[in-house]
Design a binder for this molecule. Sequence first.
Ligand code: DX5
Ligand code: ZN
Length: 216
Amino acid sequence: MPIIAPSLLAANFLKLEDECKMLNESEADWFHLDIMDGRFVPNISFGPMIVEFVRKTTKKLCDVHLMIIEPEKYAEAFKKAGADGLSVHIEACPDLQKNIQQIISLGMKPGVAINPDTPIADLEDILPSIHHVCFMSVYPGYGGQHFIPESIGRIKQLRRMIDEKGLNVLIEIDGGVTVENAQSIIDTGADVLVAGNTVFKSKDPKATIHELKAIH
Ligand code: DX5
Ligand code: ZN
């Protein structure tokens, strides 16, 4: 069964507490929190303060996805806000090993996020040091985009690379995941499905999470 990580970016922020309650009552495994700085991506979302509020509502894993430049300046703030996992973008980190070591020493699960136009081979050296790859199946910056079909071949390539090295790194797919395409994504060997609009804009979010969770 896949790990399901609803993205709060698509939640109703006027009712954030209710949205978190719904996720707690659902089969969702992780809370995915998207941080955007208006520099690395064209959009701005929210910062550690919101993560801190969300943290108070749940015991589930808080998976923070940093779409920001100079993530080393903020890693500690997100740890203090209650992040369990922290992903940094490979494209934003000239010294990626250093960023990952910082995340590990702060006691969080380290993740590396990768954009659709960055070669999968660029992940090779970092894989042994990380907990998950946040594989972008859309260009980051906005929720509600369409899954890029070329992602399928790239996820398979990543799966092979992880398996050949005998590693336990989780593959998390982020962007454009729907009830319709989730099975084909899981078939590539993905472990975690992020879903924003598919969950929060659904008529029955808990039932939608159940549908995603039932895929195998
Ligand atoms: C995109 C974010 C995603 C986004 C996914 O930049 O990293 O996590 O919230 O949203 P959906 O599932 O609506 O594509
Ligand atoms: Zn994300």
